[in-house]
Write a protein that binds this ligand. Structure first.
Ligand SMILES: Nc1ncnc2c1ncn2[C@@H]1O[C@H](COP(=O)(O)OP(=O)(O)OP(=O)(O)O)[C@@H](O)[C@H]1O
Length: 334
């Protein structure tokens, strides 16, 4: 039997008037998986999520969940639940009543919905806060309540729109592992929209990189980071240099480029001038310009360990030679 939490988007397009926000995307979300939709602002990731949730109509295409076509179903009839960026809790309702809200709408009797709400609050470790109002909670606690409220409908897919962006960096890391734990424990699929590369890489079984309403690349976190297929993905994921090689482009990770102060005997190595040195704690990031570029070329970024840099410190303005193993380069499609 088909996994209830597997979804398919088939040739989905979303237009707002004349402008196309999502342009004919086709996508498979495996069951019981954590998927991140990643891309810059305006690339269409929220529109895609809202179409899956049923909060936005689909201009063209079909959405299947567990093999069933849900394209034209109302949000509550889809088997999806959504958690919003601002949590959207009702300020005048207690935590328990917020969590139980959708059961009330379904006509579930008071004591039964209270029992369910407490179960969900236990799942997110918030039982002790059941009687409080949202205003009496921290941002992280409000978020847990919002999660409990979304999960009480027993969805096959939980949709999360920038769920961590309102939290401070410390809490963000904690909630990140919490989300992953919940997804595993519940055995459903999470689809999480983010513009943060770190967030997507650390959470997702499947990363979907979007750009201008289209999908640039789909793959595991490691694939998308180590084997970017396009210039956009290499540059957006960061940590890579994109270099022209004849008619095409190559990507190479910043930590795979070696800097030496002298050229090797066979004269190999790209001559470059050090323009910037940034200390990042355990590593140094060195920015360089190609010394004899015939045309405008983008700066090259090299990451070296703290230990290596200390052995042979570099100076701004110094000319050095860059080398890398051919096997570490990666040809880009465009
Ligand atoms: N309700 C709307 N009416 C008109 N245009 C819209 C509407 N919602 C989104 N858009 C446009 O559609 C495009 C995609 O927006 P969307 O919110 O899906 O992108 P996003 O990748 O989620 O961006 P962000 O990270 O900034 O939220 C943008 O150009 C946006 O201005």
């Amino acid at each position: 039997m088909m996994d209830k939490s597997a979804a398919e988007l088939i040739s989905i397009t979303k237009s707002y008037g004349q402008s196309i926000a999502v342009d004919d995307i086709t996508l498979r979300i495996p069951g019981t998986s954590y998927t991140c939709l990643l891309g810059p602002s305006g690339c269409g990731k929220s529109s895609t999520l809202r179409m899956i949730a049923g909060h936005e109509t689909v201009t063209r295409g079909d959405i299947l969940l567990g093999g069933k076509n849900i394209t034209d179903l109302p949000p509550a009839g889809r088997g999806t639940a959504m958690m919003f960026q601002n949590y959207a809790l009702f300020p005048h309702l207690s935590v328990a009543d917020n969590v139980a809200f959708s059961l009330k709408m379904k006509g579930v009797e008071k004591s039964a919905r209270h029992v369910e709400a407490m179960k969900l609050l236990e799942l997110v470790d918030m039982v002790g806060f059941a009687a409080r109002l949202p205003a009496q909670l921290s941002g992280g606690q409000q978020q847990r309540v919002a999660l409990a409220r979304a999960l009480i409908t027993n969805p096959s897919i939980l949709l999360l729109d920038e769920p961590l962006s309102a939290l401070d960096p410390f809490l963000r890391l904690r909630m990140r592992s919490e989300l992953k734990r919940l997804q595993r424990e519940l055995g459903i699929s999470f689809i999480h929209v983010t513009h943060s590369q770190d967030e997507a890489l650390s959470l997702a079984d499947q990363v979907i990189v979007m750009n201008k309403g289209r999908i640039e690349q789909v793959g595991s976190a490691q694939d998308v980071f180590n084997k970017p297929q396009t210039q956009f993905v290499a540059q957006f994921m960061g940590g890579h240099n994109v270099m022209r090689d004849g008619q095409s482009y190559l990507a190479i990770r910043a930590d795979k480029v070696q800097i030496s102060k002298t050229s090797s005997k066979d004269g190999a190595g790209l001559s470059a001038v050090v323009r910037e040195i940034e200390y990042l704690g355990t590593t140094f990031s060195v920015g360089l310009d190609e010394a004899d570029a015939t045309q405008a070329s983008s700066p090259i970024s090299v990451t070296i360990s703290d230990a290596l840099f200390s052995q042979e410190p570099l100076e701004i303005g110094q000319t050095v030679f860059l080398n890398w193993k051919p096997g570490d380069t990666h040809r880009l499609a465009s």
